[in-house]
Design a protein around this ligand. Structure first.
Ligand SMILES: [Zn+2]
Length: 193
């Protein structure tokens, strides 16, 4: 499993490869997972402690983020979106020039080719799992076929957390409030009188 580790401010720290069968409790920049040898001195203070408790289920699917312990993750296509955007924009410019020059058939050929290329990229790119809270990304791991993709409502929740946290401390409170607080809220039944 390859992890793009980010901190709670969502700043990209580093990328590590970890063994999902024997996941390390501490990872450092620049290579494979580090053994859980606490006697080794701290070198540069850039270690990230990973919490693997209940992070992976029996099938190897990620259930919670080992970086920040957030339980909400989404799957997305690992598609380099800037590249795809540039391909489409470039093809549109070329096609417009061709239309202007009267090369209508050739212009449609260009647009069709780009559509095929985009579709091929989309089909063959793998998926990755991303943490809603810290945006750490997880690759080269089994992903459930029905793993939920990005949901705006959940994303908004963590966006507000990020803005109100002002240092990252408020994020813990926000994660714990998803338990059952909406069942205890009284329903506004008597407002119709
Ligand atoms: Zn996370």
């Amino acid at each position: 499993m390859r992890i793009d580790v980010r901190n709670t401010q969502r700043e990209r720290l580093f990328t590590v490869d970890v063994d999902p069968d024997n996941p390390p409790a501490v990872v450092r920049p620049g290579g494979a997972g580090v053994e859980t040898d606490k006697s080794e001195p701290v070198r540069d203070g850039k270690e990230v402690y990973l919490n693997w408790e209940q992070a992976v289920d029996d099938q190897g699917h990620l259930r919670r983020c080992p970086v920040c312990s957030c339980r909400e993750l989404f799957a997305r296509k690992d598609f380099p979106q800037v590249t795809g955007f540039l391909i489409v924009v470039g093809a549109a410019i070329v096609a417009m020039g061709m239309f202007g020059a009267g090369w209508v058939v050739e212009a449609f050929v260009v647009l069709g080719a780009v559509a095929v290329i985009d579709a091929a990229i989309f089909i063959f790119t793998k998926r990755c799992v991303v943490c809603y809270r810290c945006r750490s990304e997880f690759r080269d791991l089994p992903i459930r076929r029905d793993h939920p993709t990005w949901e705006l409502s959940i994303g908004e929740k963590y966006r507000q957390v990020e803005e109100s946290a002002d240092g990252g401390q408020g994020a813990d409170a926000a994660e714990s409030d998803d338990s059952d607080d909406d069942t205890t809220r009284p329903a506004p039944m008597d407002s119709s009188r």
